[in-house]
Design a protein around this ligand. Structure first.
Ligand code: DTP
Length: 331
């Protein structure tokens, strides 16, 4: 999962509101650990980002989905004074910004960042002097900190897609690959690469040793051609690591998924995360439970039944009666 999110576009007429809402969101997640408020600020920012015209008052903003009275008041305060007292206080206090900085390192979450903060570590430079406080993943995150901060141009991901595809075909022509995430949603650049792989002979009733063997085979081939440069972790179903298609090191995740769970996985990892939340909520309203593995009907007793067979991504939308959206429309 990538850390560096695309900044809200300057073309967006409500760009400045989105920026302050995202800063408040980060603070809720990192300092207060309030995921509910984190999501609420992000939802409001997404609504404002999708609004084509400049919002002129809190009252006008409150008509948008996810913008409640408190956020509307903040918009009024920002319009009147050009700043937010709450945000000024957060910045002055320094805890939130320091924790946000430390969580920019791949592998460092809010809890670890707070632990480092309590040890007196506030900046990336200070962190480099205390590498012994970090685990393997975090050390790789720090080693490539500057590279991982850079977003990946679409062309470079396309190139990686072609390389992986061609290597997989050499191993077995029946391998299927999809690069998900913001790349599949058509974005011009992405934070990381989320690769999903399946094979028609691998189904969910098989032991995990099957996917482990497939994953090993794929990772070895990509190490051999020196596309993969570092391994963060490798398990039964997921590789997390680093690849270097050009001069910059990039975060690369590879997952092997059984063929019968492939479309739910492709849907989930394509995102966006906000779209996933919306789709999952819609599924529930229609008595289905949807996750990255499968879609299951919920019976009258409230217990989910066996997964329904899925033959395509579109099929999932049909089951839950949700109008189909192209990946590019899932924001
Ligand atoms: P980026 O360009 O920053 O990489 P992204 O590819 O959309 O943006 P991630 O790489 O972080 O985002 O994650 C890939 C997908 O995984 C994301 O689009 C949707 C899914 N996902 C990740 N986290 C969540 C979550 N908390 N809830 C639902 N879906 C999620």
């Amino acid at each position: 999962m990538s850390k560096r999110k695309a900044p809200s576009s300057e073309d967006n007429p409500n760009h400045d509101f989105c920026e302050f809402l995202m800063e408040l969101a980060e603070n809720e997640r990192n300092v207060n650990r309030n995921i509910h408020k984190y999501n609420a600020y992000r939802k409001a920012a997404a609504s404002l980002a999708a609004h084509a015209t400049r919002i002129k008052s809190g009252k006008e903003a409150s008509k948008l989905e996810g913008v409640g009275q408190k956020i509307a008041q903040k918009i009024d305060e920002f319009l009147e004074t050009g700043k937010l007292a709450k945000l000024e206080k957060i910045r002055e206090d320094g805890v939130g910004p320091a924790i946000s900085t430390l969580t920019r390192v791949s592998g460092i979450g809010p809890a670890k960042a707070k632990e480092l903060y309590d040890l007196g570590i506030r900046t990336i430079e200070e962190l480099k002097l205390h590498e012994n406080k970090l685990n393997h993943h975090q050390r790789i995150g720090l080693k490539y900190f500057e590279d991982f901060e850079k977003r990946i141009p679409r062309d470079e991901i396309k190139q990686v897609e072609e390389i992986i595809s061609s290597e997989l075909t050499k191993l077995d022509k029946d391998f299927q690959i999809t690069i998900c995430g913001s790349y599949r949603r058509g974005k011009a650049e992405s934070g990381d690469m989320d690769v999903l792989i399946t094979h028609p002979n691998y189904t969910s009733d098989m032991p995990k040793s099957k996917s482990e063997a497939l994953l090993k085979q794929v990772v070895s081939a990509l190490q051999k051609i020196e596309l993969i440069t570092d391994t963060i972790s490798v398990g039964d179903v997921k590789f997390m690591g680093v690849c270097k298609p050009k001069d910059t090191a990039r975060r690369l995740d590879i997952r092997v998924t059984p063929i019968d769970q492939y479309f739910c996985a492709v849907l989930y990892f394509t995102g966006s995360d906000m779209f996933n939340k919306q789709m999952r909520a819609h599924a529930l309203q229609n008595n289905f439970t949807l996750n990255e593995y499968c879609l299951r009907p919920i019976g009258s007793t409230g217990v989910p039944g066996a997964p329904v067979p899925i033959s395509s991504e579109k099929n999932i939308f049909e089951y839950i009666d949700f109008p189909y959206k192209l990946p590019e429309e899932r924001n």
